[in-house]
Design a protein around this ligand. Structure first.
Ligand code: HEM
Length: 463
């Protein structure tokens, strides 16, 4: 509470005059200072931003990005206002998305806005209906059993790689009817290069020196070739009886003109779903298993709960609602290690957030990592405690305190898919294997998503 009072005492008094939060002094525009600033952030983003929150309070302002500047928020009320109550006054265009947009194209859901976004969201939404979810659950369990059967007692393996491959196969099979087993290496390499390239590409250095950017361009070409093959195969074989996302995109017609989506639009959606649909869930699971490995008492509770619900069998889709404690474990994993730890927006018009007045054009960063680690919301915040997400405790959390999937109109379209997938995978694996971490605790690798630096070696023991 001392810390809360101290931070609050640094906040300027409420007033009706336009107000800007405190923040670091504007930097000179020198290339060296920009590179130094960029590298400090690149190597330790959480320390970098955390220091600023400690210094300035719950919101700070960075003038150096040019007029009208950048606002960084962590308080639940402010995050909620940007994503939900004032959502109409914001758009997704933000300098942080410029690079992402180059990879995802102009039609994918993550990076588009306005009428175009609405039209495309309507087209893809039915692929996430409850009926489809039950079919997806079958595939999720089937692929996980196959994966878990390939592990050997006492044989060390990289869980981060295994989860990436598994979630990739699941998203490809459920949404595109495609067996991605043969493409896993190419997509994994492309993903790594894309994420590093996206941050590296922002460094103010010429293109010929910018190796991350050139690697990124090659990675996009690899993904494009794979997607083009998937579309060509479906067209050749015909989509008779298929109801997956790929077929919806191929069949979709504009209600007024009857026009079909172009190949580029279809490509943009597929790249978006390919990437957004596996990397995040994979990281959520990898970190959750890491946290369970560090907290044997919570792992024992999970095993006891699985014993009660499943005995020694694998789950079925019907078990999902009964696996509440497994979901709580996953939710607490995503609190401590949110796969998406930051969201960004741009003010489309003048808007007030809390006590601050943001002029049109302001860039906004919602730094969820520090919301999720705030001791005022989560006592003893570094402790792994799935009881924080027991139904009664969850209902007590303030709005905006826990947003791993975002909130408001742009909330994750795959939220239920991911919660079901995460729960079923966790249950299937933890009911068959106990995973013991080996080696030092993994370092955080914060790029577009949050993964463990250098993977996560684990040794499996049969249960
Ligand atoms: C644990 C797993 C996941 C996490 C943590 C996650 C997180 C998020 C977040 C935070 C957003 C909102 C971004 C913003 O408002 O700026 C988002 C949007 C999105 N997610 Fe997820 N996601 C996950 C799984 C998935 C899955 C499985 C899919 C697809 C199968 C998916 C597809 C998308 C798409 C297409 C959007 C853009 C939605 C729109 O703007 O209309 N995500 N996700």
């Amino acid at each position: 509470m001392e810390a809360v009072r101290e931070i609050e005492s640094r906040q300027p008094p409420k007033t009706s005059a336009p107000r800007v939060p405190p923040g670091p002094p504007a930097r000179g525009g020198g290339v060296l200072s920009r590179i130094r600033y960029g590298l400090n952030f690149y190597f330790d983003p959480f320390g970098f931003v955390g220091d600023r929150f400690d210094t300035y309070g719950d919101a700070y302002f960075v003038a150096a990005t040019g007029e009208p500047g950048l606002y960084v928020f962590r308080k639940p009320e402010d995050v909620w206002a940007v994503l939900v109550t004032e959502a109409k006054k914001f758009r997704k265009t933000h300098s942080a998305f410029r690079e992402l947009g180059q990879v995802l194209g102009e039609s994918g859901l993550l990076t588009t806005d306005g009428e175009l976004w609405r039209k495309h969201r309507r087209i893809v939404q039915p692929a996430f209906s409850p009926k489809r979810m039950t079919e997806y659950a079958e595939v999720m369990i089937d692929e996980t059993v196959r994966e878990a059967q390939s592990w050997r007692e006492g044989k060390r393996f990289d869980l981060a790689d295994a989860m990436m491959e598994l979630t990739l196969r699941i998203v490809a099979r459920t949404l595109f009817g495609h067996d991605a087993s043969a493409d896993v290496d190419a997509v994994r390499d492309a993903m790594r290069t894309l994420q590093d390239g996206m941050v590296g590409a922002q460094l103010p250095i010429p293109r010929w020196l910018n190796i991350p950017r050139r690697r990124q361009e090659r990675a996009v070409a690899t993904l494009d070739a794979l997607i083009a093959r998937m579309i060509a195969t479906r067209r050749r074989e015909g989509g008779e009886g298929q109801q997956d996302l790929l077929q919806r995109l191929l069949d979709a017609e504009d209600p007024e003109t009857g026009a079909k989506l172009s190949d580029v639009e279809i490509r943009d959606h597929l790249v978006t779903f390919f990437l957004a649909g596996h990397e995040t869930t994979s990281n959520a699971l990898t970190w959750t298993f890491h946290l369970l490995g560090e907290n044997p008492a919570q792992r024992a509770r999970l095993e006891a709960h699985l014993g009660e619900v499943l005995g020694d069998r694998d789950p079925t889709p019907e078990d999902f609602p009964k696996l509440g404690f497994t979901t709580q474990v996953l939710e607490e994993g995503m609190r401590l290690r949110p796969p998406v730890f930051v969201m960004a927006r741009q003010a489309a018009e003048d808007v007030r957030i809390g006590q601050w007045d943001l002029p049109a054009g302001s860039e906004v960063v919602l730094w969820l990592w520090h919301t999720h680690h705030d001791a005022r919301l989560y006592p003893d915040p570094e402790r792994f405690d799935p009881d924080r997400f027991a139904p009664e405790a969850k209902a007590e959390l303030p709005k905006g305190a826990y947003l791993p999937f975002g909130q408001g109109p742009r909330t994750c379209i795959g939220k239920h898919f991911a919660l079901m997938e995460g729960t079923l995978l966790l249950a299937t694996i933890a009911n068959r294997w106990r995973l013991e971490p080996t080696g030092p605790a993994p370092k955080l690798h914060a790029r577009v998503t949050l993964s463990p630096k250098n993977g996560l070696p684990m040794v499996p023991t049969k249960r």
